[in-house]
Design a protein around this ligand. Structure first.
Ligand SMILES: [Zn+2]
Ligand SMILES: [Zn+2]
Length: 112
């Protein structure tokens, strides 16, 4: 979804006040997207023994207040999902974008 509308280059995601800014590294085109920044919570999974990001720390009701975007659900193919970002531990790292399908509730993440 995050391709530059002018030149088609994959855009970089940068966290800014109130959302994220998409910046094209090739032509410099910028877009602002308003969303919520949720707190990251890291937990070690007892099954995989790997550190995992807890997807949502808030109440389920909080999801309905999140903005939606046009993105295809990898599970059911529906074209609209809630989305938010989680700031990783380092402020220099690109924020991780999460999506939750409006139809089936599947949650996935996109690495930028
Ligand atoms: Zn561009
Ligand atoms: Zn779905």
């Amino acid at each position: 979804m995050d391709f530059c509308p002018k030149c088609g280059t994959r855009m970089r995601v940068k966290r800014v006040e109130g959302g994220v800014k998409l910046i094209c590294p090739k032509c410099g085109h910028e877009e602002f997207r308003k969303t919520k920044v949720l707190q990251a919570k890291y937990e070690v999974s007892p099954e995989t023994r790997r550190e995992a990001l807890t997807v949502l720390t808030g109440e389920e009701s909080e999801i309905s207040t999140l903005p939606t975007t046009q993105v295809e659900c990898p599970k059911c193919g529906y074209g609209e999902a809630y989305w938010w970002i989680i700031q990783t531990r380092s402020a220099d790292e690109a924020p991780t974008q999460f999506f939750k399908c409006k139809r089936c509730g599947y949650v996935w993440r996109e690495y930028s």
